[in-house]
Write a protein that binds this ligand. Structure first.
Ligand SMILES: *Cc1c(COP(=O)(O)O)cnc(C)c1O
Length: 384
């Protein structure tokens, strides 16, 4: 009864989501802070005062939300951690200022950036051309390659775990390929600067889409959004799940030139006309208007991250530099699985992978100061 297509699928395996509260969850890179008060109030107010609207279909094009995202990007320069809170207003430093106005027709939103990515794969990658991507990156990319039957040209990372940019460029030109990467990368946490990215994109095929997944950029990276007018093949994917404390809302978006946005919208309108429900549209719009709050959260996470990296190093761990809300670390002679299990017994869920090459590493999400202080007290660090 089951189609041969489905028999071939290898689905994504997410971090555990226990429904009890017995664990401190540091395994899915969720934000430890709640959404802003504005998000909660706007959502409650919407459901109470406009309850009939939940009986009606939502705006399929989420116009109000696209406007709010465009305004947030123009205001913040597209990154939270690096912008400065100036009274009640966020201002990007000169480097991060976007040199043009982001307009709503440059934005597409979907049910989490996972769905956005899925439509991007369908819209731009063909089965006759391998897609160039880093060997270790977001583990959904190979899943979508399998789903859409897109060959994958996975380029190994360099020995310091950074992207092998020259090799990726070489392979993209060899097969006239599209490229996808996460910047900062996951699960390593390492970022390319905007000027490195500009150089990379300019050396890759200009008539193939180049995708930059910026799920973690708000925690210290540089956004590629300011490059969109330079490269009409550049597509930047973002999410409300990490820095905007909204993993449960399921809202992701992409920023690109309108011609690319139109292609994704065509895919959406051929699959599900209404990927974003009315309540999520209200909540996400309110989140965009609370960028000062989220910038504070991102800065707290970044500061805990640096303190935790120091702690791990003092305990003999090797830790990669991180521009994200997680660290990727291992200790020579210690099994990643043993530490994972020991931490679990002590009440902490962290992430490990069975992927060859990274089995001994742990990816640990940065929580609140209280959570990280408790984590540092675990026996696992001393006994293993
Ligand atoms: C978390 C994550 C996503 C998925 O985000 P959702 O919007 O929750 O679907 C996409 N890309 C990367 C690299 C991520 O880490």
């Amino acid at each position: 009864m089951i189609s041969s297509r489905v028999k071939k699928l290898k689905p994504y395996v997410p971090g555990e989501q226990p429904d009890d509260r017995e664990y401190i969850k540091l395994n899915a890179n969720e934000n430890p802070y709640p959404p802003s008060a504005n998000v909660v109030e706007s959502t409650v107010e919407f459901v109470k005062s406009y309850s009939k609207k939940t009986a009606l279909y939502p705006d399929p094009d989420a116009r109000g939300l696209h406007q709010a995202i465009a305004e947030m990007l123009n205001r913040t320069g597209g990154v939270l951690c690096r912008s400065q809170l100036d009274g009640a207003k966020l201002t990007p430093d000169a480097k991060d200022k976007i040199p043009f106005e982001v307009t709503p027709d440059m934005i597409y939103t979907g049910n989490g950036s996972d769905e956005v990515l899925s439509f991007v794969f369908y819209a731009f990658f063909d089965s006759d051309t391998p897609l160039v991507c880093p060997e270790h990156s977001y583990s959904f990319y190979p899943v979508y390659c399998g789903f859409y039957d897109i060959p994958r040209d996975a380029v190994p990372l360099k020995s310091d775990w950074s992207l092998d940019v020259d090799e990726m460029v070489k392979r993209a030109n060899k097969n006239h390929s599209s490229v996808i990467l996460a910047n900062p990368n996951a699960p390593t946490g390492i970022a390319l600067s905007r000027s490195e990215l500009r150089d990379m994109i300019s050396r890759c095929p200009r008539d193939r889409v180049f995708v930059v997944d910026e799920a973690y950029v708000d925690f210290g990276g540089e956004s590629a959004i300011p490059l969109i007018k330079e490269f009409d093949n550049l597509l930047v994917v973002r999410t409300f799940s990490k820095s905007l404390c909204g993993a449960g809302l399921r809202c992701g978006y992409t920023v690109a030139n309108p011609a690319l946005i139109n292609a994704i919208t065509t895919v959406k309108n051929s699959v599900n006309h209404f990927p974003l429900d009315a309540i999520t549209q209200v909540a996400a719009k309110a989140a965009c208007q609370s960028d000062g709050y989220y910038a504070e959260c991102a800065k707290k996470v970044a500061s805990e991250r640096e303190s935790f990296i120091l702690f791990l190093k003092e305990n003999g761990w090797s830790v990669l530099p991180s521009q994200t809300n997680f660290v990727f670390a291992h200790k020579d002679g210690t099994s990643g699985k043993a530490v994972y299990e020991s931490l679990k017994k002590e009440g902490f869920l962290v992430r490990r992978f069975d992927t060859p090459g990274i089995e001994e590493y742990l990816r640990i999400t940065i929580g609140t100061k209280e959570e990280m202080d408790k984590l540092k007290k675990c026996d696992a660090w001393r006994t293993l």
